[in-house]
Design a binder for this molecule. Structure first.
Ligand SMILES: [Zn+2]
Length: 119
């Protein structure tokens, strides 16, 4: 019998080898379903629609009003893989928690932050 693994993105159990979850996570393996999302992001990176950037630089540029709006992939201060969305009002990071929940951190222009969780 094949050994069960836990998906590092959604937390489900799967058998088999699994998939490399980068850039949605940098630990463990992910299930085939989550691999669909991983591939979408990789295609975005390959076409330049999603840019990979240093997180500190992105945040500083956002506070200075210099950053380009759009989607980015990055590694945050806790060494977690994050998807970064930048709008005129806020910078939002999403981290896949490995239990099905996504942790969202919102950085506002006035340097206040919010944290919330989504499924
Ligand atoms: Zn999964």
């Amino acid at each position: 019998m094949e050994e069960k693994q836990t998906c590092c993105i959604c937390g489900c159990e799967f058998t088999g080898y699994g998939n490399n979850p980068f850039p949605l996570s940098n630990t463990g393996r992910c299930c085939d379903e989550c691999n669909g999302k991983v591939i979408e992001v990789r295609i975005g990176e390959a076409t330049g629609e999603i840019k990979r950037r240093d997180f500190r630089e992105l945040l500083n540029e956002f506070y200075d009003g210099k950053t380009e709006l759009g989607l980015y992939t990055s590694t945050n201060e806790n060494n977690e893989q994050v998807i970064v969305e930048i709008t005129n009002e806020y910078l939002k990071t999403s981290v896949f928690q490995g239990n099905g929940w996504i942790r969202i951190n919102i950085y506002h222009k006035d340097h206040t932050t919010e944290e919330l969780y989504e499924r």
